[in-house]
Design a protein around this ligand. Sequence first.
Ligand code: HAM
Length: 426
Amino acid sequence: MSIVAPPGVFDILPAGTKEEWKRSYIWGYLENSIRSLAACYCFQEIRTPLFERTELFLRGVGEDTDVVSKEMYTFVDRGDRSLTLRPEGTAPVMRAFIEHHLQQLSSEQRFFYIAPMFRYERSQAGRYRQHHQFGVEAIGSAAAECDAEVIDLLYTLCSRLGLSNLVVSINSIGTEGCRSAFRSELVAYLEKKYSSLSQESQIRVKVNPLRVLDSKDPGDRAIVAEAPSIQNFLSEEALSHFETVLSLLSSLKIPYKVNPFLVRGLDYYNKTVFEVTSDLLGAQDSVGGGGRYDGLLKKLGGPDLPAFGFGMGLERLIQTMLAQSVALPPPPCCTLFLIPMGAAAKRAAMLLVQQLRRQGVSVQMDLGDRKVGKALQFASQLGARYAAVLGDNELESNTIDLKLLSSGEIKNIELSALPAFFTKNH
Ligand code: HAM
């Protein structure tokens, strides 16, 4: 029996997949768009390893979070270390920042990554065991302007990609001080409703009560709608920070909705948290999310620097783009398929092909010694635009017949004029 990929993971292919979002040219297009936009906001790329010491996520993300308690791919290596495939990118970036003393380079630094993440989740549409995130982490600024410009980056990316139906939900969960007062009041309220809560929320009341607020269970939602609001527990400073972020978003013309029940699933956040959702995605509707995490670096043994960032799921982003039929560049195609006939032509074809490629023309040469008919058929299967046969006659006359495969139209061109022809026509 042949071996297939494990559940929850997928291949990204140039062709041969019915699911358009798994086509590699779309991923390439998206990654290029991300890189050029990240450069405009002066974010620089960081690459961290695929696995880290397990302790990083226990301390960084929080032992009671779903990601850490239920979803990590953890294993013991041959040196008896507990390691974990990274389930998210923020804690690893903080680890690298601390390990390399990057605060010595400058007091504010901005990173981005495009990287796979691993979570053992129940696989379903929009939820994978290996997913990819575009993440940004801006370290060193506590200013509300930092929150607003990072949200602006995400929003601008979506607009540039042609997405229009996204909703930015935003909330402030204050500082630890604000939350501890809120938590007691919330728990007192939830305990009164305990028997009506879903089983999962009953557990959360005990381990991570704030997470009950973003339960998807309809019964829980009705209870949560009447729950005390964190907004009434924000300190003056946290409230003023939040109000400044909102007014900056308004002046940047970024539409948002304040959602007082948005808390996010990872423990490191404080003050601003936000999520971007799409109503075209079904149950797994979050395209991206993030917020401020001022205490994380210090908690991991680093300098006491504030930070703000987000992570965006590329699978969901591409699925939303396709659901909205945004304009995409055409898949890359082979411009010329060259069919050499005979030993002398093969040698000449190699040189010609090298010359064209060095001028930026995409060319493939027939390597299969096919007869002309079969070779033309093969060229069509490849999706080549033009095909041409190079044999003794062509070498002698120094000209070649270029066949436009879509129409069958033929153009006779001097061999030496080929590079100019293709650079002009493409
Ligand atoms: P997160 O909300 O856990 O945040 O993940 C960010 C995004 O990754 C989600 O909004 C979603 O689009 C995508 N995602 C997460 N899990 C899956 C999955 N199993 N399958 C497909 N897509 C998924 C973080 O990871 C934080 N590190 C974000 C952050 C950066 N906060 C501050 N800086």
